[in-house]
Design a protein around this ligand. Sequence first.
Ligand SMILES: NC(=O)c1ccc[n+]([C@@H]2O[C@H](COP(=O)([O-])OP(=O)(O)OC[C@H]3O[C@@H](n4cnc5c(N)ncnc54)[C@H](OP(=O)(O)O)[C@@H]3O)[C@@H](O)[C@H]2O)c1
Length: 322
Amino acid sequence: MKAIRYTKYGSPDVIKVVNETTPEPKEGEYRIRIKATTVTPTDCAVRRAEPAITRLFAGLLRPRDIPGDSIAGVIDAIGEGVTEFAVGDEVYGTSAPKSGAHAEYICLSSESPIVRKPEQLSFDEAAGIGDGAITALPFLRDVAKLQAGQHILINGASGAIGTYAIQLSKNYGAKVTAVCSGKNVQMVKELGADEVVDYTKDDFTKAVSKYDVIFDAVGKSSFKKCKMALTSNGIYMTTVPNLSVMFSAMMTSIVKGKKATFAATGLRKGPEKKKDFLFFNEQIKLNQLKSIIDKTFDFDQFKEAHTYVDKGHKVGNVVIRL
Ligand SMILES: NC(=O)c1ccc[n+]([C@@H]2O[C@H](COP(=O)([O-])OP(=O)(O)OC[C@H]3O[C@@H](n4cnc5c(N)ncnc54)[C@H](OP(=O)(O)O)[C@@H]3O)[C@@H](O)[C@H]2O)c1
């Protein structure tokens, strides 16, 4: 099978398309022929080994494993004891925290967060859900405990996590302010944003006691800057933890009032994520959740896809179509 390997950490030039033995499913495993996957800022960060701590998971001197984790594809072989799926089933989900989705085939255990793909969802769209939506949901539902009528501000609303976060927040009955640049204002409104702040013109952090939740989906702000804009018991959440937010999270956890938080959603257990994908399936069937696809690339264009994602301005998802 064709797969992606990195020869070392660095620029997109380290990406190589290689030929490897196609894996065979063991007992309790199934094999998916991958039809679509995504390239994300996390894939790019692992490729660059930035922050350096990623080396602890990915390999000290050079990356060990085939990268990638979002998956949309077709079950093409079944190991002994697997009853949930049959050959030919169209499925999607994620392999995270394990990687290996940037390949033509992947074998996964039946514990993995993989579910049947609703018919109305294309493989490209499903691959996006396996990244941005599965990240946004636990922040909104479990960390913020977002309630109907609350006001949430989503920074980076035009990105993969942001575009799903707008829709999920609206589905929870919240009022949504989306922060993006002028070119994406119309798109975020169409996804349901009630108010929009163009970050190239206005600074949302100048607001006073306005938001119950500030979700920085792209990690471009800080708790310190956002504090004034939060209501008295408001929560600041970021997808990109750094020492400053970790310190704020620790300090605010022991006092009443405004909180700073972060989460590493990819590390959640398979069955937990699987329930979330089934929840997404319900929303997709009701037309309440859709994927925004910025660009699609072929398997031989991983380098181009990484170069594009590295720029930090993709709109929704960048998909690799196999
Ligand atoms: N904690 C976790 O569990 C977890 C899980 C997955 C991913 N992540 C991290 O989450 C982050 C976001 O991922 P993503 O895929 O959603 O990112 P993304 O799609 O690459 O975000 C790009 C979007 O962000 C917007 N943007 C860039 N700078 C901005 C700014 N200063 N203010 C507001 N918007 C800005 C861009 O709009 P313009 O073109 O208008 O600038 C663009 O549409 C990544 O760093 C990723 O590593 C964390």
